[in-house]
Structures are given as C-alpha cells and as structure tokens.
Ligand binder design. Structure first.
Ligand SMILES: Nc1ncnc2c1ncn2[C@@H]1O[C@H](COP(=O)(O)OP(=O)(O)O)[C@@H](O)[C@H]1O
Ligand SMILES: [Mg+2]
Length: 213
C-alpha cells in the first residue's frame, strides 16, 4: 500500500478545535466501508504506557513543564506508541489514523514553546526515524476559530489554556512544517463546514495515496 509495503499511516495535525477528531472519525468510517482494516489512535497516548504519560502532559497548570521536558515526555510516549500500536498495525497491513503525531511536537514545543527546531528534529530522528506518516493532513484555521469551537465543547485542557498568541504561533508552525515537507503534508482549510473539509480529506487520500474513499 505504501512504498515500504506496509499499511498507510495517516496523521491529523493542526491546532485545538480545527476538527481533527471529527474528520478522523469520518475518514475511519469511509475507509472501513471501503473494506480496509483501520486502527484509530491518538497522541499523546495510543498505548497503555503512552496514555499514562499523557496524564502528566494534559493535566496541571499551563506552565507545569518546560518546553524541553514537555518534548521529552511527548517523545517518551511516542516511542512506546510506535512500538506497541502503530508499527504492529502497519505490519499486518492496517491503515493507521492518528490524531496528532510528531508535527505537533515541532509546532507546540519547537515553534510555539520556543525550544526551537534543532532539539525537536533530533528527537524525531531518534524516535521516529523511518516509521513516520505516509500522509499528514494539516487542518488549518485561525486560532480563534478553533478555540471558539473547543470552548463550546467545554473542559479546556492544559494546552488550550495557553492563550491565543501561543495558538497563533502553533498555527504558523504547522504551516512552516507543511511548506518544508510538501510531499508528505496536505494543508486543508478547516474554517469551512465539516462536509467541505471531509471532501478535501477524501481528495487528498486519493491524490497522495491512491486510496479511494
Ligand atoms: N468544520 C467544522 N465547523 C464547525 N464546527 C466543527 C467543525 N469541525 C468540528 N467542529 C466542532 O468543533 C469542536 C472541535 O472539533 P474536534 O474535531 O474535536 O477538533 P480537534 O480534535 O481538532 O480539537 C467539536 O465540537 C466539533 O463538533
Ligand atoms: Mg481532538
């Protein structure tokens, strides 16, 4: 299915409230209807060990961790998630859909948190290596749009409490990543309706991976 002869790995990226979870659920249903085995997962988390680390990351005060500690915790969780969940699923040919992955570490800790590109890129090489996504869907919307959607949802977690400037830096970070990796990333305007975004997600699946959904 991919160049490496294993199942596709598709990541959903973008700020809080852009619609990652919504779009991932819709795509999972379409892929299952088309006969694919689909594994849906999320970061931080996605394996029992990584979910335990997630609790440390999403609870507590916004400044609980430095950007470096945050990145190390994210990558500790990611190493476990890849080893226990993502790689085994791909090895048996499943399509893996993941709500956030390594690009979130670069956008949040690297760009918005001020840790910088170098340290995060080093962790990515070490932990992800050649196990990275075959396609990354970057859902792009103004930070205020996403935050308005999540505040309607209620129960803001630690990252949502960091303020609109931080979230605008996150947005610019994702667009920078997309520009640096055009072969892997598709940027989708997520400020539109759920149906319009889903149509672009399906189009990217076909154009980039040859998967009809
Ligand atoms: N295109 C859209 N337009 C309006 N509301 C949306 C759209 N996509 C998602 N939502 C709503 O916005 C909120 C956040 O969506 P969600 O998928 O949870 O975003 P994320 O996973 O990126 O944080 C949810 O209440 C969802 O129903
Ligand atoms: Mg979500």
């Amino acid at each position: 299915m991919t160049g490496k002869g294993r199942g596709a790995f598709i990541t959903f990226e973008g700020g809080d409230g852009v619609g990652k979870s919504t779009q991932m659920a819709l795509l999972a249903e379409r892929l299952r209807n088309a006969g694919h085995e689909v594994v849906t997962t999320r970061e931080p988390g996605g394996s029992p060990g990584a979910e335990a680390i997630r609790e440390l990351l999403v609870t507590g005060k916004p400044d609980r961790w430095s950007p470096l500690t945050e990145a190390l915790l994210m990558y500790a969780a990611r190493a476990d998630h890849l080893q226990k969940t993502v790689n085994p699923a791909r090895a048996r040919g499943a399509v893996v859909l993941c709500d956030r992955f390594a690009d979130s570490s670069m956008a949040y800790q690297g760009y918005a948190g001020g840790l910088g590109e170098g340290p995060v890129a080093a962790l990515e090489r070490l932990v992800v290596g050649t196990d990275g996504p075959s396609l990354t869907l970057i859902l792009d919307a103004p930070a205020a749009t996403g935050l308005a959607r999540t505040s309607a949802r209620g129960g803001a977690h630690r990252f949502e409490a960091k303020g609109v400037d931080y979230h605008e830096r996150v947005r610019r970070g994702f667009l920078k990543i997309a520009a640096a990796h055009p072969e892997r990333c598709a940027v989708i305007d997520a400020s539109r309706s759920v149906a319009a975004v889903a149509a672009d997600v399906a189009a990217a699946m076909h154009a980039r991976l040859g998967l009809k959904v």
